[in-house]
Every structure is written in structure tokens, then in C-alpha cells.
Ligand binder design. Structure first.
Ligand code: F6P
Length: 538
């Protein structure tokens, strides 16, 4: 059981409220000017991570109260509970053990009193063997040709994690071309099919439940297309599945040997470390996949063992609570200064918003404080030319994580220097802004002066990593996973269910019947009009 404390009833919350009134208008520029040690005080250096959170609207007192809040909601106990395999996903009656997937073989993780490491390692060995056979060309398609293409068919956690990681690690990729089919929009699957040769394509159907409409529809469409060139027997050579639902997978016609099991104690949005990451392993090779897991495991150890004041996920989570619940900030941006992390914000959206987008506490009572943050972002420098205007000069306060890498993978120093100068300049500009006096000193015509002033005082975290590698990416993803967990604990919500996605699914299945049969359901007049409109169009 998780601890259960309404955060707003804690002493620290009250202190934070009073403290907020006292410091809300303080400019970070003045805090830096007053303390030459500020940057050093608010920086955590860990392994190849350099996390500078000094450009936040905090003082040592703020951090003290936030850390007290972590203690008062019994975060330490909650972390212990998670790692011990307790049923912390209480509404679904499940443990939450994605951390076990990346733990060393001799680690101890139990679910319902049963050791899970042997099963985990059996599946890992299967992933390794299969990857090696496909990559080396030992495993062949139905006409004896080696595989050239891999198609991941899945959605949500069965798509976003693998797709993001394969894209992020493309520098490390082998010769296999990977594709991702997720959307129920038939144009998605057809655009992918256009690029495929059935003789040399391997299909990986990923669905924890194996009941997801999108995935099953896409898998069936692909199977039909495949069977136009091959016979039923060839399915065993070209289709594999990752699922907890072995019966349903077999019902689809997939050979028992081609099933990679997963477990209900792995949440979909935290599952890329399991066989859900098979496409990652195929794309970059098992060794790199394993390094990704090892990186995540290092972050797990850091999270579990480090004191909270130097614990990266804990500090980032507390800062986010400070902005959400005291500054009433609605959204946070994630800006990676690496084109490789193009899909990172999209990936984080599911993790963060599906987990913490809740309005009922762990007692089942409605909540009267803000929970889940809205997360969005795009890589820099592109985003500088898109939405940065609003962050710099708009009316909204948008805290941002700036993620950067010291080294370019292709080694183009000229570009890397330019990229890094932008990376550093943006957080400096967001901190300091530009005063009226500075604008005047530039010789700006009087009528234009107000438009060129930047208030500054915009918070950022800088997460600076030596180099993008499978291991550092693993650490980075795990860092955000733990941030999600900490925030869920503080907000006293259940982060590991997602009932909010169900209602739309139920209604969609009812509406679908109305297209194909004479069935009618009661709808509001807007939905009814639109439904009639579509029926005429189709
Ligand atoms: O969006 C709801 C959801 O259940 C996600 O949590 C999950 O990642 C996704 O659907 C896909 O589910 P499955 O892997 O069972 O197909």
C-alpha cells in the first residue's frame, strides 16, 4: 500500500504557500547577483549528467520546504514500496515493476512472493537470440531471403517508446529498415505497406492486451496483404507478437515460438524495457538494447539510494510541483537540443499525462489542487523559430527542461558549437531577459522600446549529458519515469491506471455499429448531425 496523505494538509504545503507570497515576484537575476555560489548550490553532477536547476524561481528555503514535503508525504516509503513489488497500482491490483526489467540478473524482485528475474532473463535471452538471428540473416523469410525490414504494429506504449528510441538511436542502427504502424487511420498502414516487400519483411505485433482496436485492425490488414503473396504457413516465419495475452495471440495465428511474453506488472507506457522493445533490439542490436536497460538501471539506483536533495528525479519533480501548485503553471516544455530526440516530447506526453492526469485522490475523493502537467516540446534550434516567442514574451509562465549533449555523434564541431551556443543562450535569455535600459542603449526608436523588452525570470532546468548513447538515453528516460512517480506520490493519486482512455473507446464502438447496421443510439444533437453528415459522405 502506498502512503496516503493529502499534500495540502501538510505543514510544508502551508509553509510553501506563505513562502510563495514572499518570493513570487523575486527576479532570478537578483538571486544570482546576491549569491556567487548559486549555480554550484543548485547543480547535481551524477555520472555523465550535469543537471543545473539554478535557473529556477527558488531559494534554499524553497528547496528546503519542498524536500520537507517529500518527507511528509512519505516518499521514501513509497519508493521502497514500488521497488519491493507491492501492489501500488491498487485500482488494477498490480505491482509496478518496470524497474525489474532493467535490473541485473541477481537482483531480487518478487511479485506475489514469486521471483520474477528468471522469467525476465528468459525473455531477454529470447530477444537476444532472435535479434542476432534476424540481424545476421540466419533467420529467413518464406522464400529464403534475409529480412530487410521490420514493422512494429502497436499503439500508445506499444509504439511510442520503441518509435522514439529507434529514432533517437538511429546513429547506432544496423541495416534493417524499421517502420511503425499505429494509427487506425488506414492511410497510415497503407503508406507503410507501399514500402514493403512481403518476402523480406518481419512484422512485430505489440499489444499488452492484444485487444486494442488499432493494433488488431492494422495487424489484420497487414496479414491480408501478406497472404496475397504468401500462404498461411509463411505467417509463422514473418509474424511475431509481444503480449500478455497468449491465447489471443495464438488465435491470430501466431506460432507459440514467436510469442514474446510480458507481464501485467509492466504498465504499457513503461514497457519499452520489456519485449515491447523488441523492435529497438532489432534496429540497433541486442548489445545496444541492453546498454539502454543498463543506463536505466543506473538511474534506478540513483533514485533509490541518493539523498533527496541530490536526487535528480526527486528535485525535478519537486520543482514541477512548485510551479504547478503554487505558481498555477499549466504546462511544461521539454526542449532537447538534439534532432535525434525529435519524438521525445511526444513519448513523454503519454508517460506524464496518462499517468498523472487524474482528479481523484487515493481515497477516491475529488481533488481540489492541480495534478498532471501538460507536456510539450520540440527540439532546438527548430523550436526557437516556432514557439519560443511565446515563452520569452508571452503572458504565460512555461518552465522548460533544456536537454543537451556535449558531443555531436557525427563529430561536426562547427555545427555542435553553434547548437551549443544557442542552447546556452536561450536559458540565459530566459533568465535575464532584457531591460528597458538595455533596449534604449541599443538605440531602439522610442515607439518600439516596449516591444523589445524581455521580462526574463522564466525558469529552466538544464540537463546536460556528455553524449547521446543507448546508456545515457536509458538514464534520461528513467529519470522522467521516476519524476512521474514522485509527482503522483505527492499529489496522492494513482499514476499507473488509465481509466480516462476508456469512455471514448466505448462510445467509438457504439458509433461504429451505427455506420454498418441500422442500430441507433441516443446522441446529443451535435454528435448526431456529424454522424449523419459522415454517413452521407462515406
Ligand atoms: O491508451 C490506452 C492504452 O491502454 C495505453 O495505456 C497502452 O499503452 C495502449 O493503450 C496500448 O495498449 P496495448 O499494448 O494493450 O495494445
Amino acid at each position: 500500500m502506498l502512503p496516503n496523505t493529502n499534500p495540502t494538509t501538510t505543514k510544508s504545503w502551508k509553509k510553501l504557500q506563505e513562502h510563495f507570497e514572499a518570493v513570487k515576484d523575486v527576479h532570478m537575476k537578483d538571486l544570482f547577483a546576491a549569491d556567487a555560489e548559486r549555480a554550484n548550490k543548485f547543480t547535481i553532477k551524477w555520472e555523465d549528467f550535469y543537471v543545473d536547476f539554478s535557473k529556477n524561481r527558488i531559494t534554499e528555503e524553497t528547496l528546503g520546504y519542498l524536500l520537507q514535503l517529500a518527507d511528509e508525504v512519505k516518499l521514501k516509503d513509497a519508493i521502497k514500496s514500488q521497488f519491493s513489488g507491492d501492489i501500488i497500482n491498487q485500482t488494477e491490483g498490480r505491482a509496478v515493476l518496470h524497474t525489474a526489467l532493467r535490473a541485473p540478473k541477481n537482483a531480487e524482485f518478487k511479485v506475489d512472493g514469486e521471483e520474477v528475474m528468471p522469467e525476465i532473463y528468459a525473455v531477454k535471452e529470447k530477444i537476444e537470440r532472435f535479434t542476432n538471428d534476424v540481424v545476421s540473416g540466419t533467420l529467413k523469410g518464406y522464400t529464403g531471403k534475409a529480412f530487410t525490414d521490420v514493422v512494429n504494429i502497436g499503439i500508445g506504449g506499444s509504439d511510442l517508446g520503441p518509435a522514439m528510441v529507434v529514432d533517437a538511436l538511429q546513429f547506432y542502427k544496423n541495416h534493417l529498415t524499421t517502420h511503425f504502424v499505429s494509427n487506425i487511420d488506414g492511410d497510415h498502414v497503407n503508406e507503410v505497406i507501399k514500402k514493403l516487400d512481403p518476402e523480406t519483411t518481419l512484422f512485430v505485433i505489440v499489444s499488452k492486451t492484444f485487444t486494442t482496436q488499432e493494433t488488431l485492425s492494422n495487424a489484420n490488414t497487414i496479414k491480408e496483404w501478406f497472404l496475397k503473396s504468401a500462404n498461411e504457413d509463411a505467417i509463422a516465419e514473418h509474424f511475431v507478437a509481444v503480449s500478455t495475452n497468449i491465447e489471443k495471440v495464438q488465435g491470430f495465428g501466431i506460432d507459440a515460438n514467436n510469442i514474446f511474453p510480458m507481464w501485467d506488472w509492466v504498465g504499457g507506457r513503461f514497457s519499452l524495457w520489456s519485449a515491447v522493445g523488441l523492435t529497438i533490439s532489432l534496429a540497433v542490436g541486442y548489445e545496444h538494447f541492453d546498454s539502454l536497460l543498463k543506463g536505466a538501471n543506473k538511474m534506478d539506483d540513483h533514485f533509490k539510494n541518493e539523498d533527496f536533495d541530490s536526487n535528480i528525479p526527486v528535485v525535478l519533480a519537486l520543482l514541477s510541483v512548485w510551479y504547478n501548485n503554487f505558481f498555477n503553471v499549466e504546462s511544461e516544455a521539454v526542449i532537447p537540443y538534439s534532432q535525434y530526440l525529435n519524438q521525445f516530447a511526444t513519448y513523454l506526453q503519454q508517460g506524464i499525462m496518462e499517468s498523472n492526469g487524474k482528479s481523484v485522490d487515493r481515497n477516491g475523493n475529488p481533488i481540489d489542487y492541480q495534478t498532471g502537467t501538460i507536456i510539450w516540446g520540440e527540439p532546438g534550434t527548430n523550436s526557437q523559430h516556432a514557439f519560443f516567442q511565446l515563452i520569452h514574451q508571452g503572458t504565460k509562465l512555461i518552465p522548460a527542461d533544456f536537454i543537451g549533449f556535449g558531443k555531436s555523434l557525427h563529430g561536426n564541431q562547427d555545427h555542435q558549437d553553434k547548437l551549443t551556443s544557442n542552447f546556452l543562450a536561450q536559458t540565459e535569455a530566459l533568465l535575464n531577459g532584457k531591460t528597458e535600459a538595455e533596449v534604449v542603449a541599443e538605440g531602439t526608436p522610442e515607439a518600439i522600446i516596449p516591444f523589445k523588452i524581455f521580462s526574463g525570470n522564466k525558469p529552466t532546468n538544464t540537463i546536460y549529458i556528455n553524449k547521446l548513447s543507448p546508456e545515457s538515453l536509458g538514464k534520461l528516460i528513467a529519470m522522467y519515469e521516476h519524476k512521474i512517480f514522485v509527482q503522483g506520490i505527492i499529489w496522492n493519486i494513482f499514476s499507473y491506471d488509465q481509466f480516462g482512455v476508456e469512455l471514448g473507446k466505448q462510445l467509438a464502438s457504439k458509433i461504429l455499429q451505427e455506420f454498418n447496421t441500422s442500430a441507433t443510439n441516443e446522441h446529443d444533437s451535435s454528435t448526431q448531425n456529424l454522424l449523419d453528415f459522415y454517413k452521407k459522405l462515406r
